[in-house]
Design a protein around this ligand. Structure first.
Ligand code: SF4
Ligand code: SF4
Length: 283
């Protein structure tokens, strides 16, 4: 059977060619989702990017590891590992997995407040009674070096998507793209460097006392022990109640606020919008 290609097929080929040319760089990166002890809410948030996620997986990243979505049983080499959940010290397999993830990944991202600070999993005690003070579930930064934090319970789909695009540009982009990606990621890298502790005092020192609080109340809503109340638009903490779970710090949109990045926001938004544009022509 031969013959000329049908018009629809020609149009599809042209569209594919146009899409290919619009990629800012050529190589795909390898991304994995490593599930520790968490509720899977972060993965749901990642999937909530819908078409944006498909676009990323089409053109920018291969999903090489994800127990729920990819049939791969052993942790492979990865450019970016998104780790969800904290690590249960009683589960030796998880402890080994997190160490192997570090060894095999260029960039380790703590995805969500459980991976960053322990969050609500600090209440858990491997199938036993709830024990807020029990520390058998640790944030991943207590066991390995972490490069980037994406806080939130769960983090917003947009934030996860933006980090994926920026990680791609950081690893595969030209010098200008690398510099821009570095600027975007810096506040989230600084959060990772800051460590795994998070309590109301940190929120007080880093956000409220710096005049960055906008009175949104997210911290109060995220506190599992109701240690925070909003009085006249300002959060007040009951320090005796605080179990140092870090939930409020991770949930506060101003805890990773960085004035240095503001002048670059237009540039960054443009680059992300371009990366996610679904094969449409700029013409
Ligand atoms: S104030 Fe509440 S949310 Fe914040 S660290 Fe303490 S217990 Fe966790
Ligand atoms: S979440 Fe942050 S910005 Fe919002 S009220 Fe709490 S401290 Fe202020």
């Amino acid at each position: 059977m031969g013959g000329e290609a049908k018009p629809a097929q020609v149009a599809m080929e042209k569209k594919a060619e146009a899409t290919k040319e619009k990629k800012p760089v050529t190589n795909k990166i390898k991304i994995g989702h490593v599930h520790m002890s968490g509720c899977t809410g972060c993965l749901v948030s990642l999937a909530d990017n819908n078409l944006g996620l498909i676009k990323i997986l089409d053109d920018y990243a291969d999903l090489v590891y994800c127990l729920t979505l990819a049939d791969v049983r052993h942790i492979p080499e990865m450019d970016v590992a998104l780790v969800e959940g904290s690590v249960c010290l009683q589960d030796h397999e998880s402890v080994e997995d997190i160490k192997e993830t570090r060894e095999k990944s260029k960039i380790v991202v703590a995805l969500g407040s459980c991976a960053c600070y322990g969050n609500i999993t600090r209440f858990s005690r491997g199938g036993q009674h709830n024990q807020p003070q029990h520390e058998s579930f640790l944030p991943i930064g207590d066991l390995i070096d972490v490069d980037v934090y994406i806080p939130g319970c769960p983090p917003s789909p947009e934030l996860i998507r933006n980090v994926a695009v920026m990680a791609y540009l950081l690893l595969e982009g030209n010098e200008e793209q690398k510099a821009l990606a570095g600027k975007y990621l810096k506040p989230l890298m600084d959060l990772a460097k800051r460590g795994t502790s998070g309590c109301f005092c940190d929120l007080m020192y880093d956000v409220i006392n710096q005049g960055l609080c906008m009175g949104c109340g997210t911290c109060a809503a995220s506190c599992p022990v109701h240690a925070i109340t909003l009085e006249f638009g300002k959060p007040q903490g009951e320090r005796d109640l605080c179990i140092k779970c870090g939930s409020c710090y991770g949930a506060c949109p101003r805890s990773f606020f960085n004035l240095d990045v503001i002048p670059e926001f237009e540039n960054i938004s443009e680059i992300i919008a371009k990366a996610l544009k679904d094969g449409e022509s700029d013409d």
